[in-house]
Design a protein around this ligand. Structure first.
Ligand SMILES: [Zn+2]
Length: 198
């Protein structure tokens, strides 16, 4: 099971200091009717990611830890999660972007859910396999949000980043696309994989 490497740790601390990785305030997210969650299937981190998301949902509904509730979290899970969504994603050329966007669209219609929670996480095996830095990982997540906002009418899209620093320190953060784009007005360069290499 992996944790942030030295370089990622520096990037993480920088963004934390700058206030770009923020605590999640569940009451600022519209979870009244549930959420469509796009997340990486990483078996070493998904239990933790799911428990964070479940806590956000329960906090939003003011549910006490001893009370039971059926969370309306509609999960779409592929390796890399939200990082597959940007046009020319640096981690795929197989068309998962279109697949995910159309599945989000149909889930919005079927389940009457407008809120889409996009998850990225670090360290992510897929991001690592294609040499993405933490900055490129975060940038890809923001790009995914901007694409969904432009393609899915009425979607409310929020970005969460799960960071695993050690066994005892795993956190999920909210990241604002507006704040991120103030820092990086253009997409941070990360080349898509070439078709020939497949
Ligand atoms: Zn992953």
């Amino acid at each position: 099971m992996g944790f942030l490497n030295e370089e990622e740790e520096k990037e993480y601390l920088r963004y934390k200091r700058m206030g770009l990785l923020e605590c999640i305030d569940a009451h600022l997210i519209d979870l009244a009717n549930g959420a469509i969650e796009v997340v990486c299937g990483d078996c070493d981190h998904q239990t933790d990611i799911y428990s964070h998301m479940n806590k956000v949902y329960r906090d939003h509904h003011d549910v006490q830890p001893d009370q039971s509730i059926d969370s309306r979290i509609h999960e779409l899970k592929l390796n890399g999660g939200a990082l597959l969504i940007p046009e020319k994603s640096p981690i795929t050329h197989l068309g998962e972007d279109r697949v995910l966007i159309e599945h989000i669209r149909s889930a919005m219609r079927m389940k009457k859910i407008q809120t889409v929670v996009l998850f990225a996480h670090a360290p992510c095996g897929m991001a690592g396999m294609f040499g993405l830095t933490l900055t490129q990982n975060l940038d890809c997540l923001i790009e995914a949000k901007l694409r969904l906002k432009s393609e899915l009418v009425g979607a409310k899209v929020v970005c969460f980043m799960h960071i695993a620093r050690s066994d005892r320190e795993r956190r999920t953060y909210f990241i604002s696309a507006a704040k991120w784009r103030l820092l990086y007005p253009k997409r941070v360069r990360s080349d898509p994989p070439s078709t020939a290499a497949a």
